[in-house]
Design a protein around this ligand. Sequence first.
Ligand SMILES: Nc1ncnc2c1ncn2[C@@H]1O[C@H](COP(=O)(O)OP(=O)(O)OP(=O)(O)O)[C@@H](O)[C@H]1O
Ligand SMILES: [Mg+2]
Length: 411
Amino acid sequence: MKTLVWAWIGSERDWVPAGEVSVDEGGKRGTFSYRKDYLDRRQAFALDPIALPLTLRKQNSLKFNGLPGVIRDACPDFWGTLTLERHAGRTLDVLEAGILSPPDTVGALILGEPDDIDRKRAWRPPHLATITAMEAGDLNAVSTFLMPTTGLGGTKPKMTVVDDGRIWLFKRGERGDPDDAVVVEHLMLQLASRCGIETPASRVVELADGSGCIMVERFDFLADGPSARRRAFASAASVMNFDQHDRNLSQPSYRRFMQEIRRWCAAKDAPESASKHQKELWRRVVFNGLVANIDDHSRNHGLLRRDSGWTLAPAFDLNAGYGAGRRNVALTMNLVEERSGASIVTMERLIDLAKAVSIDADEARAYVRESAATILDLWSGLAAAAGLAPQRRSFYESAFLFAREIQSRRE
Ligand SMILES: Nc1ncnc2c1ncn2[C@@H]1O[C@H](COP(=O)(O)OP(=O)(O)OP(=O)(O)O)[C@@H](O)[C@H]1O
Ligand SMILES: [Mg+2]
């Protein structure tokens, strides 16, 4: 199966065909080639500067179902595929789901033949008010009948909505999550911002039946009149060429992601420009440890292509890892090395990682302590203001085990 890959080019204010992707029957291997007319455009950008440099040569891909990672990122994941399959009445492979999905995929790529792209050009996200009038159970109905669904990744029910001229990711908890998990995600974004981490705007809204959903402003859409400009995105999984579904691979490390950031984000004339993104990533590792955000898999981090070039995308999908009796915080990604046990957060490992990106040990230690204090000081007040009852606030306290350990070491 093959199809066209379209990229959003700022100067054209439109989708333009960038190349063609094809995958074999079993979805094991695939190829991508840029079109000559794309390479001739002044503003043509490499969809992946390392794996897909701007050349006419056919480029092979053996991971991610045969799709280059950044193209896999532009296809829906669990939830989007489920709703599309329900609509189609049959199972879909990744590429088919990418073609059928709405164009609200993350980043600046969409897939399909010219007719599919005409349909995608005509797509508009629903207005928030249409959605909040519904009950939580009806969200399935919304995605099936109004067919907004989503091209976005992730497992939780979600879609893209417009409110106040801005474009938002709108998401509810999945079955099994506590009802207030979305409130806590919003609080984690607020706390991360107070720890100096770049976060998108977020808020919690109620559906007609009182259940909560989170809205997070899309950082890859620049709402701009009736059309929204788009910024390219590459998940950390793509950046590291790490296929989560390959069980033979051990989890990559933050150290490795930092090395890739150097390759992706360093401007030709200013190699040090990658350094601020590496340092920002380090702050996020610290934050993940302090709130036990253990769902920090490599599609919950990514790079965003801004006017200045590739940068670390704002933080997203931050959760507090509640659960009694845990002795250590074990993240999904390893910290410094890629071996078992290397995902457990300790002050020593955080400092080793800091040194790798030229943050000195004293400065690193001070940041970890200050962030622990910020989180522990602000949590209760923010949670109470967001409507969490005292009992629920203490339920989530177990997430701050490492933060408390840091605080007690100081005393
Ligand atoms: N603010 C945002 N702007 C643009 N894209 C976003 C934003 N937040 C998340 N995304 C994209 O949407 C995807 C799904 O979002 P998110 O991770 O919040 O969903 P999820 O269902 O909770 O994921 P998971 O399966 O990891 O629990 C992300 O992997 C990312 O590619
Ligand atoms: Mg996620």
